[in-house]
Design a protein around this ligand. Structure first.
Ligand SMILES: [Zn+2]
Length: 281
């Protein structure tokens, strides 16, 4: 059984049913469901949830993971009102993730500085560290109850915030239960931040339960989200690192941007072809 998966973010220009149809056509058996509109922008319940599940069933594409809302939806919110509000959002999405049969939910640990008032205050780092741990403490029972693993992602922000890469994320999550908290390595975020994605994968090690595979420019990378091979990442080394850590969860591609004027359909098809040359599909 192939483990490849494609983020619906790659087809955010159309509704979710059409995005899933395009993902199926490109040859992917599963997807990461984006929670950006017009995709899963509400954690549905009741009859709307039932409709969502039949839409998913009809698509023939399974939900491997859900990407929780982004922007201000983080664990390490720098003020308590903000943090408390997001705990409700995260809890609702954890239950929604379980309800659509996905096993992992991708979460951004800390906010992009653009969403933070006075974003360079020196005390922010400690405030975010404490808030992140408090949020994990609160969400773990919800995640365990739902049977969903929270997957904390490395982020490409050029700032002094904590928990942006595996060197800090792995020690953060080590004390927490394996069934509730894992890690996602985004290859393009890693290189954009000056970290080697293969090293990040090894550092995440046995706690790695998700991927965002995307290529970036070798020189001056800008979180490009290109098809693997369209940029400068060393994919042989990246695949070797997956083998070294015995990675067995979904191999999710987060390809969004054409480098050479391709259509979004082209990008998904080309990504599937790359996965095929790696023996993944
Ligand atoms: Zn990502």
């Amino acid at each position: 059984m192939t483990r490849i998966s494609y983020s619906t973010q790659g087809f955010i220009d159309r509704d979710l049913a059409s995005a899933l149809a395009a993902i199926a056509t490109a040859g992917f058996p599963q997807a990461e469901i984006s929670s950006q509109a017009p995709h899963a922008s509400d954690p549905l319940m009741g009859s709307e949830l039932d409709q969502f599940r039949s839409m998913l069933r009809d698509s023939g594409v399974g939900a491997a993971t859900v990407h929780a809302p982004m922007r201000e939806n983080v664990l390490g919110a720098p003020d308590e009102t903000w943090r408390a509000e997001k705990m409700k959002v995260m809890s609702d999405y954890l239950r929604f993730t379980a309800d659509i049969g996905a096993k992992g939910m991708v979460i951004h640990p800390v906010p992009n500085p653009m969403f933070v008032t006075d974003p360079e205050r020196p005390e922010l780092s400690q405030i975010m560290r404490d808030a992140t741990r408090r949020s994990l403490d609160e969400l773990i029972p919800v995640a365990q109850d739902a049977g969903v693993r929270m997957l904390l992602e490395n982020l490409p922000y050029n700032c002094g915030y904590p928990f942006l890469n595996m060197a800090e994320l792995r020690p953060l999550i080590d004390p927490y239960p394996e069934d509730a908290v894992g890690l996602v390595v985004d290859t393009g975020h890693a290189w954009t931040s000056g970290d080697d994605p293969a090293d990040e994968i090894r550092m995440a090690g046995s706690r790695l339960w998700g991927t965002h595979l995307q290529d970036v420019d070798g020189e001056n990378p800008q979180d490009n989200h290109w098809v693997p091979g369209h940029g400068g990442l060393n994919w042989d080394q990246i695949r070797e690192a997956f083998d070294d850590v015995g990675y067995e969860a979904a191999q999710t591609f987060e390809v969004i941007v054409p480098r050479h004027g391709e259509s979004l359909e082209d990008l998904a098809r080309q990504t599937n072809e790359v996965a095929g040359t790696w023996g993944w599909s």
